[in-house]
Design a protein around this ligand. Structure first.
Ligand code: BTN
Length: 327
């Protein structure tokens, strides 16, 4: 254990059940406030349960905050969570899910990790995945054509929104599949597919939720665009409750998709989407287009109307809202 960790641990132990502020810990450990969180994580990796509160600081807790497959007993789902594999650390849950899928893992198998060393985001970006988040990937084997795969992303975004709502967070969807709280990204979705031209073999659906991550953990660049449940609520969420609820919501919508019943999910997606109705700039692989986001089609493609009233359909890109309310 580093000397700084030992000082922090001693300070936390001196106040059983009570919080010690980040400033106080920074002063006993002789490091900056933002460096405290890294030391706290080292202690967590060593097995200490430490709770964080944005207002109060940190305290030792008896609860070991680690997701284990037992946490999902009695989930009551039909397919999602048919098997749950939990890791303390992995390169990327999507990578592991792909490895398991190649070995024949079943429909509904879930991979969860406490942290990812090579978390991946959309468009080849990296995904910051420290301790405290909810990082999971789901292996799905729906009997659908590859062209219908975007429906899985849409059902995932609606499921995350519903799970967050159950915990008291009113998130909105930013096209194509980001979940926002107070206009900042709290969750992202990455799907990867394998199969033949006519039939999907499997889809790996990766979901990342910035759950108990304090703002000081984010880089300056991320800080401008990302938030966490801890930052929004001022206190930690129970990740077991969140993860269980997410799997239940995913299961309900996945069953609907398998029955060929997508209308309700599309309606749910539309009503949760904060991009629709806004004047936006869309950065696509072939350039930047501007217009009003008027709708999404069945496959989640965005319909943009330009100043001349001409409509175009776009299946990927990054949205910047120019005019309209970013919820
Ligand atoms: C995005 O760019 O918005 C998508 C982010 C997806 C992150 C999740 S975390 C779990 C899974 N494993 C990964 O490596 N990525 C996804």
């Amino acid at each position: 254990m580093t000397e700084q960790c030992a000082h922090i641990l001693a300070a936390l132990k001196k106040r059983p059940g009570g919080y010690v502020s980040g400033t106080e810990l920074a002063s006993v450990a002789g490091v900056s406030r933002s460096a405290i969180w890294k030391q706290i994580n080292k202690l967590r990796e060593a097995g200490y349960g430490i709770e964080a509160s944005t207002r109060l600081g940190y305290r030792l807790s008896s609860r070991v905050d680690r997701l284990l497959s037992d946490d999902f007993d009695g989930l009551g789902t039909e397919c999602v969570g048919s098997r749950i594999v939990c890791y303390e650390k992995i390169d990327s849950t999507n990578n592991e899910a792909k490895r398991l899928a190649a070995q024949g893992a079943e429909d509904g198998c879930v991979v969860i990790a406490e942290r990812q060393t090579g978390g991946r985001g959309r468009l080849g970006r990296t995904w910051f995945s420290p301790l405290g988040g909810l990082w999971l990937s789901l292996i799905l084997r729906p009997e659908i054509a590859p062209g219908d795969a975007p429906k899985v992303v849409m059902l995932a975004a609606c499921s995350v929104q519903a799970a967050l709502r159950a915990l008291g967070f009113e998130a909105t969807i930013k096209w194509p599949n980001d979940l926002l709280l107070s206009g900042k990204k709290v969750s992202g979705i990455l799907t990867e597919m394998a199969g033949q031209p006519e039939l999907v073999d499997h889809i790996v659906l990766g979901i990342g939720i910035n759950a108990n991550i304090p703002l000081e953990a984010f880089s300056e660049e991320l800080d401008a665009t990302a938030t966490s449940l801890l930052a929004e609520a001022g206190k930690e969420v129970d990740r077991v409750v969140l993860a269980r609820r997410l799997l239940v919501e995913l299961d309900a919508r996945y069953r609907r998709l398998k029955r060929g019943d997508f209308a309700e999910i599309l309606a749910e997606w539309r009503s949760a989407c904060s991009t629709l109705g806004c004047e936006i700039e869309l950065s696509t692989p072939t350039g930047i287009v501007r217009g009003r986001a008027v709708d999404v089609d069945e496959l989640g493609s965005l319909i943009l109307e330009n100043a001349e009233g001409i409509r175009g359909t776009f299946s990927s890109g990054d949205v910047t809202v120019i005019k309209g309310e970013v919820r």
